[in-house]
Design a protein around this ligand. Sequence first.
Ligand code: DON
Length: 563
Amino acid sequence: MMKRIVLFSCIIALLISCKKESYVAKHGLITEKAMVVSAREEASKIGADILEKGGNAFDAMVATELALAVAYPYAGNIGGGGFMIYRKNDGSIGSIDYREKAPRSATKDMFLDSLGNAITAKSRYGAQAVGVPGTIAGVFAVHEKFGSLPIEELIQPAIDLAKRGVIITQKQEKRLKEYQKKIIEVSGDSTRWAGNFPEKDTIKYPQLARTLEQLLKNGRDGFYKGEVAQKLVNFLQDRGGIITREDLEKYEAKWRAPVTFRYDDLKVISMSPPSSGGICLAQIMKMIEPYDVSQYGHNSVKTIQVVAEAERRAYADRSFFLGDPDFVEIPLKNLLDDDYLRKRMQDFSFDKPTPSSEVSHGDITIIESNETTHYAIVDPYGNAVSVTTTVNGAYGGKLFCDELGFFLNNEMDDFSAKPGTPNMFGLVGAEANSIAPEKRMLSSMTPTIIEKNGELWMVVGTRGGSTIITSVLQTILNVHEFGMTMQEAVNAPRFHHQWLPDKVQLEEGKFSEEFKQKIRDKGYEVKEYDNPSIGNMVGILVLPSGKLEGSEDLRGDDGAVGF
Ligand code: DON
């Protein structure tokens, strides 16, 4: 009898685990009308609760962004910045840029030594690496334009979460251990992060709760003026930083026109400069459109060849032409021109690679005239937002302000400190992305919304530094070209090429040796992408039934919540 019970229990356990497996492999959470997907379930739930209360996607954006600042200090932030793309239910589209800015006293060569060499530690760690944070300006601007609930109701859940605390996941414990030494080195050994943070413990954030309470009292000025601003400036200046009260006071988020383009029967809406995301995505997709990738097959040698070659050319253009559009002229029309992109691919051949040394930026005459997180929201009214927000590196520049309770970004490293010298993502830049006072550093963040036949179809984005653009690309192709569900598209192994280094980078442990050899046989150098930053892809897909499918990327602790 006992044996039979044991056998029966084993079968049930097996069935349950199979169900979980097939659930993960086949499709994500399916809901009737609303969904929030973010890097932490706690934050998604806060956003979804706002939607259930009758708030719209923009209200939920404010609540989710602030909740991520509490639940996901790795990347969620009030000490960083981001971008949001939106599509309202009437089809109108737009975007907001709340990217960090260089302080007013920043200089072009502030990260160079006396010999003119880049001092990477300076742009990556500590107080000088910090760009003027934009997140609080961003959420207030979004609320002012589109919010429907009182802002206090959107801020309060993050304060409650900070006081209640957040349970440490296994992945978080591992991450904290990995970065603890550097955080202590930068922030001092009295920082709270010098402690022990085992899985399943709860971390509370009383200082962050107090900082957020200033927003309840004083609105955006609660961050950019007054007590918090003064404490932040003192904290940074004591550590050699150059951000002033005036830098904070002057910070404004900017509404910008998104980049839009067609690919087959899709209309893709993505972020314009100062992110390179939309332009690069458009260039790559338009370059591969003439090729029948669905015929070649998902992650086949031919598909990887054509996509990597398009990526190579787009990243070469990125490095030369792109920067903050308020400072440099960007030849947007030329870069997205069909003839131009056809010519860019003219020397592509399936027989051998085009070495990056032979690929430069395209011939266009300009006529004068490492942490991030993505979340996606669809509300019951049919509005959608796609948001990527970041402090750049994992825990930003590892500089934690204990008094105010948050990490500061190291976004200054996204500038090109010296032409040709790679930043922490190996990206090189030129004059267009050089440092200047009040300039925004070039980003790769690619918050994207896609329409199919004029209707909302997909909301997608990810973290992952330079790999953001190519991960977004592959996720779209996985659904559109290769017929995957949203979840399968996110699960699928990813690859990446960014012109320099001249390598096809394959997600670590996901491609067989035999397959890698096939790519090598075509003449490509292959590298395993071992940085965890290949992305946490977030996606919501509108199914033919009108229901929503939200994916959860197992590479992180993502949570999809909806109703
Ligand atoms: O804006 C950018 O492109 C980078 N600061 C993004 C950093 C990032 O995605 C780090 N996450 N893995």
